[in-house]
Design a protein around this ligand. Structure first.
Ligand SMILES: [Fe+2]
Length: 225
């Protein structure tokens, strides 16, 4: 274990599972991801689920997407933008990955296992009532890592974590969503870009993982009442 982070997010805990089953937002919200090619909607990708659709994996492989002309919808993508401190993008391929460079695994109801290039972490959702949760990150390495690899894993974990360039965006988006829900509790909204079905896909243009989770959620909650 390399270290921990903890953040409190003022939103319903299910929004965090939705977040990590939603392949649209990384390319729209996390401009950092898009600019540096770590996650783009047109990366080679796969969405997988267990047989009951509770658990899921968003699997993405960096560096095989098209150039800016192919993703003109994403205005934040600037192929010429560079970092002053290149250590943030000091990514070393490891044999155990296989091909994918990011695998985000949601285990229903409250755990996330993630590999984001060289960083390996779990995140645990700890609800505090229906409108708040603590989000506890644990960052890992391998026992035989070199000191350079440990530093690399920590740097990348910090980059993706609550004080970095990625997860702070998610916490704010969840808070804003929760504020929206509580304004008019009798109102309903429905987004159906990818239809109503639940199925595995070889692309990221679908909300299938979120529908799968709520399909299971309704089944469990109905049996309990
Ligand atoms: Fe996110």
């Amino acid at each position: 274990i390399l270290g921990y982070n903890r953040q409190r997010i003022p939103g319903n805990w299910k929004l965090m599972q939705e977040n990590i089953k939603d392949p649209y937002h990384p390319g729209l919200l996390h401009t950092w991801f898009v600019t540096f090619g770590l996650w783009r909607a047109d990366n080679k990708a796969a969405l997988k689920m267990d047989a009951q659709h509770r658990h899921a994996a968003m699997i993405s492989t960096r560096g095989n997407a098209g150039k800016q002309s192919d993703v003109s919808q994403v205005s934040s993508f600037k192929s010429s933008m560079e970092l002053e401190d290149k250590r943030f993008l000091d990514i070393v391929h490891e044999d155990w990955w296989g091909e994918p460079t990011a695998v985000m695994t949601t285990i229903f109801p409250s755990v996330i296992f993630q590999q984001q290039v060289n960083s390996v972490s779990t995140r645990h959702i700890q609800p505090d009532g229906h409108g708040n949760f603590d989000f506890v990150w644990t960052h890992f390495g391998f026992a035989d890592d070199t000191p350079e690899m440990t530093a690399r894993r920590l740097r990348q974990a910090n980059l993706f974590g609550p004080a970095g360039f990625v997860s702070a965006d998610d916490g704010e988006a969840i808070e804003l969503s929760q504020c929206g829900f509580t304004q008019k509790t009798d109102h309903r909204a429905l987004a159906l870009l990818g239809g109503r079905g639940v199925e595995e896909t070889d692309h990221m243009v679908t909300e299938t993982l979120i529908r799968g989770m709520y399909e299971y959620w309704r089944k469990v909650m109905e049996t309990k009442t």
